[in-house]
Ligand binder design. Structure first.
Ligand SMILES: C[S@@+](CC[C@H](N)C(=O)[O-])C[C@H]1O[C@@H](n2cnc3c(N)ncnc32)[C@H](O)[C@@H]1O
Length: 226
């Protein structure tokens, strides 16, 4: 297994892996070179692009990409040594519908143009449970506004988490914004007869596997920002 430093440097050379951090750019506001060009210049098709925010090692992104070859998947995280694993797997398995970007969620409106993204997965985000860190929760209204900048108008957001505080906060936030979730459950793995939820269970993230094995209930919510 390569060291952390070796993973950093290999990630930079993978042709399915990119970095967009402000310090890499001369102008803070300069968009990423594939902004508005992902379909044409990277995926070479017009299939929908689905984003996983905070993808960690990228198992979920590559899992979805293997299962749905007619959709494109991009995992983002600021830790490239973690995404190294997913990017390497995608290269070795010739998954052409996958990319990884080392960036911060805060910069995504410079990486993707308006309407460029069809769906977003937020998988086991840091729950930021202290009240003082509420603004950092990835379903805080300021982030929901941020996602609107690049998500299609009827685009879907999926959330998976094990954390009750974070999940309840998300449902409350949606309620305050007059958004009714399309679907949600407090215990995904107890749901047996719902085809859609069976689909949601069919691929697990690294944390999902870990928390499920530890007996935590996994929560899931699907919503639109309209
Ligand atoms: C708890 S891990 C979940 C990893 C993966 N989604 C899973 O379920 O196994 C949260 C991930 O979010 C990433 N992350 C946290 N804040 C971020 C931010 N502002 N921008 C990009 N990635 C972030 C972390 O680096 C970490 O890999």
């Amino acid at each position: 297994m390569p060291t952390k430093l070796e993973k950093f440097s290999q990630f930079k050379k993978f042709n399915n892996a990119f970095t967009y951090l402000y310090q890499d750019y001369i102008l803070d506001t300069q968009p990423f070179h594939l902004f508005n060009q992902w379909n044409v210049h990277f995926f070479h098709n017009n299939h929908p692009i689905i984003l996983e925010i905070g993808c960690g090692r990228g198992e979920y992104t590559v899992g979805l990409a293997s299962k749905y070859p007619h959709q494109n998947f991009i995992g983002i995280d600021y830790k490239s040594n973690r995404m190294w694993m997913g990017a390497k797997y995608a290269l070795e398995n010739q998954l052409k519908n996958v990319a990884f970007i080392r960036t911060k969620v805060e910069f995504l409106d410079k990486v993707f143009a308006p309407l460029e993204i069809s769906e977003i997965w937020i998988t086991f985000p840091d729950p930021q449970i202290q009240k003082s860190r509420e603004k950092k929760r990835l379903t805080h209204p300021r982030f929901l506004e941020h996602y609107k900048k690049f998500l299609k108008k009827n685009g879907i957001i999926h959330l998976k988490t094990d954390n009750d505080i974070f999940f309840n906060y998300t449902l409350e936030t949606l309620k305050n914004l007059n958004i009714t979730p399309l679907l949600y459950t407090y215990n995904l793995y107890q749901e047996k007869d719902n085809t859609e939820l069976n689909e949601v269970k069919s691929i697990q993230t690294y944390y999902e596997k870990l928390f499920s094995e530890q007996g935590h209930s996994i929560k899931y919510c699907k919503f639109q920002l309209i």
